[in-house]
Design a protein around this ligand. Structure first.
Ligand code: RNT
Ligand code: ZN
Length: 421
């Protein structure tokens, strides 16, 4: 008990215990929360289909050309290992369907199956990582004029319904194999650049396609489906079929999980404020933790108000156990492993800060109508020594403390990434 982190922890512990806050217990709570770490930051959403189209026309765009990107599955898995080694705790991997093991040939998205994910399941088992899943409705020639499940063309809809069905089967298989429910996230790019008189028709088609795709029921301990909305995308500025209202309604009506990507709303709209409403009508929420800037929704997660307010609301609503925290960002202008380390650690730090707030005291003031005191306490707690707790947590989980992961990543860049072509 004599490293500087341990000493700082003891001092911080005393500060918090003066307010009846047990920091040991809070670190345990933090440790029990697994992030669902997205695979797609590692290779700029490229995947392993080989026959893939670019992201263009899918409302997604990755900018940047930082060297060292993984070029095959072996390099990709190595990079994921490196990234996971810099994030304290035990986390899940969120895999996109386009990242299957197609070394024996890619059969087409409507024909993929559990066997294409067998090697991932093995990989994950040896690391005690659980897998979540995402169907891939973009970067494909069958995205017709920007539409998939909501296309007016029946053949196109049929193709994507088939893909969705296959992804659900794969998710259930993964869940069963790993002994932990696999969350299957559904996001489609469908929408239009300009004025669209047939919004109602497209949305009716989407509803119908989803009904067909989701008709088969799987055991709840194997998989759960979640639907993700968006406000607009590049090339779908005027109209996105799968809007918030659409999926909120759909999730409530069908008793489903709902995905709230915090980059998919108007910049001044608070996603944090949606938590307490959503939980009155929906049992479980999946968050895509990201950082929106102006028109872009996928910057590396920063420790900002957007993030800390979201974590705070999750804690205040008392629904931490009903929430999945998925990461969703992709930046190709910086070291990609560095992006993971910054983003994931920030998500955890924000949760830690939220867990440390003097909620009971604040509610006490609130009930007495003492609103100055409520705000004062909240503001003061923002600068209590929570950084010491974070450092101590990293130390106790054997991951780099503070910014020391910078040199770890630089070393990996020098020894591994710079040798790739
Ligand atoms: C896109 C959605 C979606 C994707 C991933 C790659 O706007 O946020 O979650 O980022 O499926
Ligand atoms: Zn998302």
């Amino acid at each position: 008990m004599n490293s500087k982190e341990e000493k700082a922890y003891q001092a911080a512990k005393e500060v918090y215990s003066g307010y009846g806050i047990n920091t040991d217990k809070i670190l345990q709570t933090l440790d029990q929360v697994s992030l669902s770490i997205h695979c797609w930051q590692a290779d700029d959403v490229a995947g392993f289909e080989n026959v893939q189209e670019g992201l263009e026309g899918s409302g997604l765009q990755v900018t940047g050309n930082y060297p060292g990107k993984a070029g095959n599955m072996e390099e990709f898995r190595m990079d994921l290992d490196k990234a996971f080694s810099l994030i304290p705790g035990n986390h899940r991997l969120s895999l996109h369907a386009s990242y299957g093991d197609f070394s024996a040939g890619f059969p087409g998205r409507d024909k993929i199956g559990p066997k294409h994910f067998q090697s991932w399941i093995e990989w994950a088992k040896t690391r005690n990582i659980k897998i979540d899943f995402n169907s891939t409705f973009f970067a494909h020639p069958n995205v017709k004029d920007g539409y998939t499940l909501a296309s007016k063309d029946k053949t196109i809809r049929q193709y994507w319904i088939e893909h969705g069905k296959k992804c659900r089967e794969i998710s259930a298989f993964i869940g069963k194999e790993q002994g932990s429910r696999c969350v299957h996230n559904i996001w489609i790019p469908d929408g239009s650049k300009d004025i669209t008189p047939s919004r109602y028709e497209h949305r009716s088609l989407l509803k119908d396609s989803l009904d067909k795709m989701l008709a088969k029921k799987y055991p709840a301990d194997q998989m759960i489906d979640s639907v993700e909305s968006k406000l607009f995308g590049i090339g779908s500025e005027a109209f996105v079929v799968g809007s918030h209202e659409f999926y909120f309604g759909y999730a409530v009506q069908n008793n489903m999980m709902l995905t709230l990507d915090i980059g998919h709303f108007h910049p001044t709209e608070s996603v944090a404020d949606k938590v307490s409403s959503a939980f009155l009508f929906i049992n479980e929420l999946l968050f895509h933790v990201t950082r929106g800037i102006r028109w872009d929704s996928d910057h590396i997660v920063a420790f900002n108000d957007q993030l800390t307010e979201l974590m705070q609301e999750i804690v205040w609503t008392g629904k931490l156990d009903k929430v999945s925290l998925g990461l969703d960002f992709f930046d190709a202008t910086v070291n990609r492993i560095g992006a993971y380390a910054i983003g994931a650690r920030n998500a955890q730090k924000a949760l830690l800060l939220a867990l440390l707030m003097p909620t009971k005291e604040m509610v006490k003031y609130e009930n007495q109508g003492r609103y100055f005191e409520r705000l004062a306490l909240f503001e003061e707690f923002k600068t209590k020594p929570f950084g010491a707790l974070w450092d101590y947590y990293c130390l106790s989980k054997n991951v780099p403390v503070g910014e020391s992961y910078i040199s770890e990543i630089q070393k990996y860049e020098e020894e591994v990434l710079s040798k790739r072509n």
